[in-house]
Design a protein. Sequence first.
Length: 164
Amino acid sequence: MLRLVRVKNGLDKRRIDMQHRPFRWIAGGLLALMLSAGSVYADDLKVTDARLSILPGDRPGAGYFQLHNASDESVTLVRAESSDFENVEMHVSSDEDGMASMQSVSELEVAADEQIEFAPKGYHLMFMKRKTSLSVGDEVEVTLLFDNERRLPVNFEVVSPASM
């Protein structure tokens, strides 16, 4: 509805009366939906025991943790990132007939109510090209990214390789 409004200088101005427009309700509903989606998701995924093992110099670090999907739907972890490293990759280590190998993993599905462990000699994150100096006891923020474009920030504690 258009309404004429007389302002202090005596000029008439047209104003759209948004009170009767459905726009307010739609915008408010969309905002509430977007905000609730992130909080529900954070409650459904839990990361525990997040550790980042670093070696001296510019050698890659390895990230270990447990990821529990408490939702009733599977989720797919597609990558991880950290502002403290140029690149973070998902890998899996295996040992066949005494021969150790490591392969890059493009994605990892976590079924509903399932827990996946990222541990030495199994799934792990490889942290390449450190951008900052890190010491044992520091925390590094890592963001886990999933196929539905949701993000889960996790603080990893920097630990010595000897503690693994």
